[in-house]
Design a binder for this molecule. Structure first.
Ligand code: ADP
Length: 490
């Protein structure tokens, strides 16, 4: 049998390719950053060609570095930044404008206008809150503002893809235009109960189904790479949005299993099983839609998590490197009443307030930069507590939280989080949960690398366990007060 799975991990700031062997070991990686384009203060764009080219370069590089041949690759798994939208011409694959990135706020006002009339309907059909974050309003913006889009509609040549669909199109030389339910569920056009694009939603956003990629199972047949593109025909076997891939990679296969990723943003996902459910605190999303079953997840997305540490470094200049903050945070016995609400771009779950702004409270003459740093790290944990606390009673008694992402290296953060929630936290030994997640799915099956989920679970090893040690109820109550003061500022 062929020996490796090639994972493509197309993220917000870089494209990466990784080779995973049958023991779940990542034998080689390649990474290339690409440009972040900010045409306006709240607009974020990427160049679709650069996304594709950096991805392709990393594929070639990882194969070259590891000295394997293309026919040793069993299959490809794709995981990607979600919601980001690319519009292109079906005749030649040429993008008609830059990709509108998930972080881009250009359609905030339009989304606010939709809320009174459609909030309930959209939540019931898609599990999502109306927000500029999701793809639908970005697609509408392109149709309304890019003249070429209107031209291409006349001859049914306009195509809209999330990043997975764009990569698949390019990898297959324009043969496949497919996406999977985990990515489709982030467009705000996909009915996640019926698992198809929804006519009412397509009408609201004035989008036609022929513009969109076909949705097939996350472990479906996405086609083969074109030999002209890669020099071999390799099957694309699995696709998952990045957060859902991390849930899979952390082996959260059972109802109640949950993971938090502390990256630029903070993302909590809880496996809620095969039944579609709604909760006021969370988005409901498709975790994975497999050939034989669909699994849903509750998701809480906080926009600024590790990014607040970047702001301490690049905005305030009070640290040189994110690795410094753990030591400085524990140099204080407590936060001494200083709270920071990192609402730099508004607040995501559970407040969903686009007009909230960053707030620092409790400053005295004794306040030093250490207090700012501690308050920033604590804020990453409080935001996750805001998501879990309301549903904690519904979780299994023996539940624990699996942590990953760049900031999960910070032991103070994980200990503080365990204290706040009164729930144990484990950090996985393998920090690449996202890339591994989709590799697992690509290699799952009776003829694959792993025969079932149990077989995959054997690969998951905790690196460190953080048990709750200290009651933090008082601090948490104060944080809630601080959040109230940050709302509606803009
Ligand atoms: P992404 O995948 O979203 O680009 P990563 O998972 O690589 O992000 O995590 C990087 C983020 O984590 C950065 O925002 C950085 O500021 C933050 N970070 C990295 N190390 C630490 C640390 N030790 N403590 C707190 N935050 C950290």
């Amino acid at each position: 049998m062929n020996s490796y799975i090639l994972t493509l991990d197309q993220g917000t700031t870089s494209s990466r390719s990784l080779l995973v062997d049958q023991k779940s070991i990542i034998i080689s990686k390649s990474q290339k950053e690409f440009k972040q384009i900010f045409p306006n203060p709240s607009w974020v764009e990427h160049d679709p060609i650069e996304i594709w080219e950096t991805q392709l370069e990393t594929i070639k590089d990882v194969i070259k570095k590891s000295k394997i041949t293309l026919n040793e690759i069993y299959g490809i798994g794709i995981t990607n930044q979600r919601e980001t939208t690319i519009a292109f011409d079906a005749n030649n694959g040429k993008p008609i404008c830059n990709a509108i990135v998930w972080q881009c706020r250009r359609t905030s006002e339009y989304c606010n206008e939709l809320k009174p009339k459609y909030r309930k309907l959209i939540k019931e059909k898609t599990g999502l809150e109306i927000d500029a974050y999701f793809s639908a309003s970005k697609m509408k913006w392109i149709i309304d503002n890019i003249p070429e889009a209107k031209e291409l509609i006349k001859t049914k040549r306009l195509r809209f893809g999330t990043i997975d669909a764009w990569l698949i199109w390019n990898l297959t030389g324009g043969k496949s235009f497919f996406t999977d339910p985990s990515n489709a569920s982030r467009t705000m056009l996909f009915n996640i109960k019926e698992l198809k694009y929804d006519e009412d939603l397509l009408k609201i956003f004035e989008i036609e189904e022929w513009m969109l990629p076909k949705v097939i199972p996350s472990n479906g047949d996405f086609g083969h790479t074109s030999s002209e593109v890669l020099g071999a025909e390799i099957p694309i076997k699995a696709v998952l949005g990045d957060q859902q891939a991390a849930l899979f990679g952390q082996c959260c296969f059972k109802e109640g299993d949950m993971k938090v990723t502390y990256g630029t943003g903070g993302f909590l996902l809880i496996n809620i099983g095969s039944e579609f459910k709604l909760d006021d605190n969370f988005l409901t999303t498709v975790a994975w839609g497999l050939k034989d079953k669909t699994v849903y997840a509750y998701e809480g997305a906080t926009f600024i998590s590790g990014a607040i540490i970047q702001w301490l470094r690049d905005g305030l200049g009070i640290i040189k490197d994110s690795s410094e903050v753990e030591k400085i945070a524990i140099s204080l016995d407590s936060n001494e009443g200083v709270y920071m609400v990192p609402a730099l771009v508004g607040l995501g779950a559970p407040n969903w307030d686009q007009d909230a702004r960053g707030t620092i409270l409790g400053i005295t003459r004794g306040t030093t930069k250490a207090h700012f740093i501690r308050a920033a790290v604590e804020s990453m944990a409080y935001q996750i507590a805001d998501l879990i606390t309301p549903v904690k009673n519904n979780l299994p008694k023996d539940c624990f939280l699996k942590a990953d992402g760049g900031a999960s290296k910070n032991n103070f953060l994980l200990q503080f989080q365990a204290d706040l929630l009164n729930v144990p936290i484990t950090r996985s030994k393998e920090s690449e949960a996202t890339a591994l997640g989709v590799a697992y799915l690509a290699g799952l099956g009776k003829d694959g690398f792993w025969k079932d989920e149990e077989d995959i679970r054997k690969n998951w090893h905790p690196d460190e366990l953080f048990l709750p040690k200290k009651n933090r109820e008082q601090e948490y109550a104060k944080w809630k007060e601080a959040v109230k003061r940050s709302l509606g500022w803009n």
